[in-house]
Design a protein around this ligand. Sequence first.
Ligand code: THU
Length: 133
Amino acid sequence: MNKNDLIRKAIDARSLSYSPYSHFAVGSVVLTKDGKVFAGANIENSSYPLGMCGERNAIYNAYMHGYKKEDLVCLVIAADTDEPVSPCGACRQVISELYPEDAPIILTNLKGQDKETTIKELLPYAFTGEDLK
Ligand code: THU
């Protein structure tokens, strides 16, 4: 599965978004070492804080199929933004717990722009389980 195929799948996943309040559809996919692709989209609620972001749903989808942090090799997030979409702070925290620190994260938009980064770059000095010891 190449980068462009993954970007296409993340953009396609936006069609699964339930976002009647923000009208801002986010699609995401995560690729596993053995070549499986798990999608997620943002799912909102009339009680606003109960909504869930697209990239968290994609990662949770992979976990719900038995995959773990070390199995995940690429994460793509897509939205209709001026610049490649910037994941929210809550998602950065979840990604730092559930996704490898050096694995690529591709941020993209509908204009064909993309930016490759890592969670280490997106969330330096993260709070982790180590801090609870
Ligand atoms: N959203 C995501 O799905 N991912 C992000 O990283 C940023 C925000 C969603 C949450 C909400 O449904 C909508 O976008 C507007 O904030």
